[in-house]
Ligand binder design. Structure first.
Ligand code: CO
Length: 149
């Protein structure tokens, strides 16, 4: 009986951690168009680290239809994307050392997947954040809202 109770508690604990992980780890898919599978990501403010996994389900290569996941404050999006264009594909179209960039993933093409984690310490509760793709020309359409709740 005692073992059963311990197992029951262990089960509840594991279930709770799975629920907690659900709002810290995000799977996002993209394809041969300018759209993320989600246009809003709400992460829990109890997360220490947020992990983004980006999967490209299209067929086009990354120099034609490359996608990545870049997070900045809403007001920095245009400037970061513009500076990123001249940084080139080798830099994932993100200016090296750009302090306005909170997190960014590698640029991927069709059939590829990439994953990246960042600390929640960089997110302020009173600021509006946007995630976008920094491939030249994509940030106008390919973006979404990132929130902590
Ligand atoms: Co893109």
């Amino acid at each position: 009986m005692k073992i059963f109770i311990q197992l029951a508690f262990a089960f509840v604990f594991v279930t709770m951690s799975l629920v907690a992980d659900a709002s810290c780890d995000f799977q996002i898919s993209v394809g041969d168009n300018l759209k993320f599978s989600q246009d809003k990501i709400v992460a829990s403010k109890t997360c220490e680290t947020i992990t983004i996994t980006l999967r490209h389900e299209g067929k086009l290569s990354k120099n034609m239809m490359g996608h990545n996941w870049v997070l900045t404050s809403a007001e920095d999006v245009s400037a970061v994307a513009t500076d990123g264009m001249s940084a080139g594909l080798n830099n994932q179209y993100v200016k090296p050392g750009d302090s306005r960039v909170i997190a960014f993933s590698d640029m991927i093409g069709g059939g590829e997947e990439t994953s990246m984690s960042f600390s929640i310490d960089k997110i302020a509760l009173d600021t509006e954040y946007i995630f976008f793709c920094s491939f030249p020309g994509h940030f106008y359409a390919m973006r979404g809202v990132f929130e902590l709740a």
